[in-house]
Design a protein around this ligand. Structure first.
Ligand code: UD1
Length: 427
């Protein structure tokens, strides 16, 4: 189990560069399966989830290699296997989205039921509904989803709620279906638009990505291409929170301002001074943050992935804040952990009432999931004394070199302190 030991209290100051977006990279890697040829992705983050997806593509018999740092080549000219193994899909939900591309290319796919962070019920009904609407026969048994159908056909599909994953999955699959597919009540996340941009470069014909209605006109074949992954808005938001909590002054470079706008507006409400530039933002804060309420919603609402770090910040704010989690009900698992550090958070169902405390005190805590772990790191940076966080392998799944980047800004963090102790004993 990964561990971090943080000594809180240092102001974060300096400049940090955002890595490529985790969620966008994963969707693009699955989408690349649709192309007969080689797709080269640039600005790919070196994180656990990307390594899992690379293993998945290799397990499918697809050529997948890292050409140089951050450059990944996927050659899907041939797809040898059509079965995605349980060991890989259970690690990460995004890997489930190989189902549709495999089906579209090979007429058959068998993919284990997905896993990933335990942040609430994560059904796949919308994915399955979309695949069935395109004409495939789907069987779900023994922990696997099996889809069969040569010659997919375009369809009208309505999603009961705007799922980012299902929109991406069905939009990509429909590119190789005959005729026109329209997805109604589609998710509008930037990662949907980015996947559309990739598919378009591969030869697809898609209109409306980023709006609630996406129209896909199927083509016979897609080809490989080159693609640059967008910056990670969740990582940039996490740096902004950590800076505000430590009353620091940090410029986050390589961001897409339009992707992070809803979050920035809320950050200003707590008193942070945020200057936006073409592809950077400077975040400063010179006083204790002020309370505010947040309600997570599909894009362009406040992103659920930044709820936990933001709530960590509200735990030291002046006043009472209400956080409502509308997307994933179990994204409050960090509440008990941050409570060990002195935070006053009362959670009931999808709502948490946070009464800000002047300061948090370092304590041993456990990261419950990816973003919950990031929230505890932010809390530890602002806390008085030492915070030992275990379970940080969750964080490594989604943040590239987070410890190194924070230390460059002045944070005091030691990775795997037990290993260091053990090494010194061995010496
Ligand atoms: C993606 C992101 C995740 C983010 C989430 C919401 C990746 C790898 N992950 O996850 O970081 O928190 O979007 O922005 O890109 N739902 C159903 N049925 C389905 C699918 C989803 O009911 O078939 C529900 C989910 O339970 C959830 C809501 O839809 O309540 C949104 O989930 P969705 O947008 O699909 O999230 P993911 O794509 O899994």
């Amino acid at each position: 189990m990964g561990k971090l030991s943080l000594t809180g209290g240092a102001r974060l100051v300096g400049t940090v560069r955002s890595s490529g977006s985790k969620n966008s990279t994963l969707a693009i890697m699955a989408g690349a399966l649709l192309g007969k040829g080689r797709t080269v992705q640039h600005n790919v983050p070196e994180i656990g989830d990307v390594r899992t997806m690379m293993d998945m593509l290799r397990a499918l018999g697809v050529g997948c290699e890292e050409l140089s740092q951050g450059v990944v080549s996927i050659d899907a000219t041939d797809i040898e296997n059509t079965e995605a193994p349980y060991e890989l899909v259970k690690k990460m939900r995004a890997s489930f989205c190989v189902l549709g591309p495999l089906l579209a290319r090979r007429g058959y796919a068998k993919v284990a039921m997905p896993g990933g962070c335990d942040i609430g019920a994560r059904p796949i009904d919308l994915h399955v509904k979309g695949i069935q609407a395109l004409g495939a026969v789907v069987n779900i048994e023994h922990g696997f989803v099996e889809a069969e159908g040569d010659g997919l056909r375009g369809a009208q599909i309505y999603f009961n709620l705007p799922s980012a994953g299902a929109t991406q999955h069905i939009m990509a699959t429909a590119c190789l279906a005959q005729g026109v597919t329209t997805i109604h009540n589609a998710a509008m996340e930037p990662e949907v638009v980015e996947l559309c941009n990739l598919l378009t470069k591969m030869g697809a014909n898609i209109r409306g990505a980023g709006t609630p209605t996406v129209r896909i006109e199927g083509v016979k074949e897609l080809h490989g291409t080159e693609f640059e992954v967008v910056p990670d808005r969740m990582e940039a938001g996490t740096f902004a929170v950590a800076t505000t909590m430590t009353m620091g002054d940090v410029t986050v470079e390589n961001i897409r301002p339009d992707h992070i706008e809803p979050f920035v507006l809320k950050l200003r409400e707590v008193g942070a001074i945020v200057d936006m530039y073409d592809n950077a933002m400077r975040v400063r804060c010179n006083a204790r943050p002020m309370a505010t309420d947040i309600t997570t919603m599909p894009h362009p609402g406040f992103p659920t992935d930044l709820q936990q770090p933001f709530a960590a910040m509200l735990s030291i704010a002046q006043g009472v804040s209400i956080v409502t989690e509308n997307v994933y009900e179990r994204r409050f698992k960090y509440v008990n952990e941050i409570g060990r550090m002195g935070a006053d958070i009362k959670q009931d169902g999808r709502t948490a009432v946070i009464t800000g405390t002047a300061k948090l005190l370092g304590a041993p805590v456990t990261a419950p999931d990816l973003r919950g772990g990031a929230a505890l790191i932010c809390a530890g940076l602002a806390a008085e004394g030492q915070t030992d966080i275990s379970g940080t392998e969750h964080v490594e799944r989604g943040y590239e070199n987070l410890t190194y980047k924070l230390c460059q800004l002045g944070a005091q963090i030691v990775s795997n302190p037990n290993d260091i102790e053990r090494e010194s004993i061995l010496v």
